[in-house]
Design a protein. Structure first.
Length: 320
């Protein structure tokens, strides 16, 4: 299948500042892809290039099988920017009617499609209110509705849950999953790594303008495991032919009993076996690394961050 996004050695330079350096990226149709990196890493520059808002200095890429910047491809992309505001005098309905027209939706199809995305974003009962009275979270929901008009083949979301409470974030996760089920590829740029870990099929971490890690979440996080803080555990319990051997390799590490790898649904069985051996369990710690742990290790290994203001003023506000 043709990738939704594919880039090779994509580079963007602003004067003396290298905003993006040799970016290699591939996003498949129908997947949610997390695009991660610290401030100044090149994320927003990459998004601008993919949307045709700026041109690359070097390298090449395609969006929906067409060269980046192609007008036909842009018509099949939905985009939610991080920082936006709608005109305060417009109602949600009016905003979406404008976006539906700009997206080229057939006039006869627009009313039903607008009602669909309003309901999807949880704004059906606020559709005729002016956006000037909307909270930041409601503005975010409206922006998401606009991005999903017409079932775009690719949806690029920049911090879609940053202004939302936990209930709102849960709603947005459901919306993104529905978009994936309808066949859209979703490129998700977010600093909320817990959200990325819940949502994404694959992720890429970009640092200093380059992808430093990419792959399925399971591959990046490693195999699931468990550690138990135990006392009074018989020495024979950890022997190669001992009662815990059925769960896999076990080891004692500074008072912690580690079993790795281990599926999460077998943790209660391990605890029950340990207790049955007469040991006391004081704590249970799922030992699989979090996405935040992996992210911090990758970023710290990559050295200090570039100055966000950068030479000539091209910093995070211009090229992130």
């Amino acid at each position: 299948m043709t990738p939704a996004i594919e880039t090779h050695a994509l580079r963007k330079v602003y004067g003396p500042t290298v905003a993006l350096d040799a970016l290699d990226l591939r996003v498949e149709p129908g997947e949610v892809f997390g695009f991660l990196g610290p401030n100044g890493a090149g994320k927003t520059t990459a998004v601008k290039l993919l949307l045709g808002l700026t041109r690359p200095t070097a390298g090449e890429g395609t969006v929906l099988g067409r060269p980046i910047g192609d007008r036909e491809a842009r018509g099949r992309v939905g985009y939610l920017p991080e920082l936006f505001r709608y005109q305060a005098w417009l109602t949600a309905h009016e905003v979406l009617r404008l976006h539906a027209a700009l997206a080229g939706l057939a006039p006869g199809a627009r009313p039903a499609e607008i009602e669909r995305v309003l309901a999807l974003a949880g704004l059906a009962d606020r559709a005729d209110e002016r956006t000037g009275g909307f909270s930041k979270g409601m503005q975010q929901r409206l922006g998401l509705a606009a991005a999903l008009l017409g079932d775009p083949a690719l949806v690029i979301l920049d911090e879609p849950t940053s202004a939302l409470d936990p209930v709102g974030r849960g709603d947005v996760r459901a919306i993104i999953r529905e978009a994936r089920e309808r066949g859209s590829a979703v490129l998700l740029n977010s600093h909320l790594l817990g959200e990325v870990e819940r949502l994404c099929d694959r992720v890429a971490v970009v640092h200093h303008g380059r992808v430093v890690a990419s792959g399925a979440l399971g591959d990046l996080l490693g195999e699931p495991a468990v550690r138990l803080r135990v006392t009074d555990l018989p020495a024979a319990a950890t022997a190669e032919d001992g009662p815990l051997a059925a769960f896999g390799p076990v080891a004692l590490e500074d008072g912690w009993l580690a079993v790795r790898p281990l599926d999460a649904d077998r943790i209660p069985d391990v605890v029950a076996t340990v207790v049955g051996l007469g040991a006391r369990v004081h704590a249970v710690d799922p030992a699989r690394r979090s996405l935040e742990d992996v992210f911090l290790d990758l970023v710290r290994a990559g050295g200090p961050q570039p100055d966000e203001d950068g030479p000539g003023g091209h910093g995070e506000s211009r090229a992130r």
